[in-house]
Design a protein around this ligand. Structure first.
Ligand code: SF4
Ligand code: SF4
Length: 339
């Protein structure tokens, strides 16, 4: 059912909803637009792209998994009992589906710490008809998402809503009905050729491409591109002992990044990807080949373009993918330079 809701009414609905839900949306901070809890419609930044993705709402940057003493171990509690309403764009909804695959379907066992927060989340999809400079969602096939609890269009007087979730409908019954249905962007400014890698037979040649060395000097291995990515899921774990003489402590997990130079370092100091180019090759192939080869149908990257905005060295992942597609064509024609 569709509704038109004024700003004042929406703020009143938000304040009543807060007993049942925590409401998260992109908010303006000192420097960045980042996800945080909101109380009013005016706090939502809907006409700019957020610098950070919504994943930190249900996959925290640092999360305590368990508490331990010398002879006990207790799982951490999930905390706030309320469900979560999350305002986000179609590309991010598609990105979260990929995160779900990584955390819930990979290896045959769901990650309980991810699942217990993720199952609380309801999607309020922010209509995205025009996109932004670095977006390439259309090339990645992620410009549409329909599995939302509600969709919203903002205007200066309030919002239009398409409410699908019966649990949300009662909050809007007193509002004027409307036939609003969200529209989706059909063309980005940026067009990206996505490399088509039919099988493993080309991987050795791709691995050996001279092109990867171009990142050795330029990329500073800061990991910023992973941090803002809606589909990056890697984490590290650490046991924190409360003081020097204690055996009591907690195990935490925190986001990590395949672009950091020590990401693959093992006991004894050996690492398998020693240069920035090798790390870029790994990330690129994971985003546009490995995930799809393992789980089928869709590539991991959803073309949100946040990594292109965030890179301090102006490395554009969209161009990396596009250039690789060109190198693949040359490989097929036998004209490429391997290292
Ligand atoms: S790799 Fe870049 S464009 Fe692709 S989903 Fe991650 S942040 Fe977005
Ligand atoms: S590509 Fe850019 S953001 Fe990513 S690790 Fe390299 S320098 Fe940092």
């Amino acid at each position: 059912m569709g509704y038109k809701v004024s700003r004042e009414d929406m703020d009143n609905i938000f304040s009543r909803m807060k007993e049942r839900y925590k409401i998260y949306a992109p908010k303006r901070g000192l420097k960045y637009i980042r996800y945080g809890e909101i109380n009013a419609l005016s706090e939502i930044v809907y006409d700019e792209k957020s610098d950070f993705s919504p994943k930190e709402v249900f996959y925290p940057i640092v999360q305590t998994l368990l508490y331990f003493t010398e002879d006990t171990c207790t799982e951490s509690a999930p905390g706030d009992a309320r469900d979560i309403l999350l305002f986000l764009r179609p590309c991010d909804m598609n990105g979260i589906r990929r995160l779900d695959t990584m955390f819930l379907k990979n290896g045959g066992q769901a990650d309980n710490f991810y699942a217990r927060l993720r199952e609380k989340v309801k999607f309020i999809m922010m209509e995205c008809r025009e996109g932004f400079e670095t977006c390439f969602c259309v090339s990645m096939g992620t410009n549409e998402a329909r599995d939302y609890s509600a969709a919203v269009r903002f205007d200066e007087n309030g919002v239009f809503l398409d409410v699908k979730d019966p649990e949300l409908t009662p909050w809007f019954l007193e509002q004027p009905e409307n036939d609003f249905k969200p529209e989706f962007i059909r063309e980005n400014e940026k067009h990206v050729r996505v490399p088509q890698i039919p099988d493993r037979s080309m991987l050795k040649s791709i691995h050996a491409l001279d092109f990867w060395h171009s990142f050795d000097e330029k990329c500073i291995s800061c990991g910023s591109c992973n941090t803002v990515c809606i589909t990056c899921s890697c984490f590290d774990t650490a046991d924190i002992i409360y003081n020097e003489t204690s055996r009591d402590g907690e195990r935490r997990r925190m986001w990590s990044s395949c672009m950091l130079d020590n990401f693959t370092t093992m006991a004894g100091g050996h690492g398998v990807r020693g240069s920035a180019g090798e790390r870029m090759r790994f990330k690129t192939m994971h985003k546009i080949y490995d995930f799809k080869a393992r789980f089928g149908e869709e590539n991991m990257c959803v073309g949100c373009g946040r990594c292109d905005m965030r890179c301090p060295k102006d490395i554009h992942f969209s161009e990396t993918i596009d250039t690789l597609a060109g190198e693949m064509e040359k490989l097929k024609d036998g004209k490429v330079k391997e290292s």
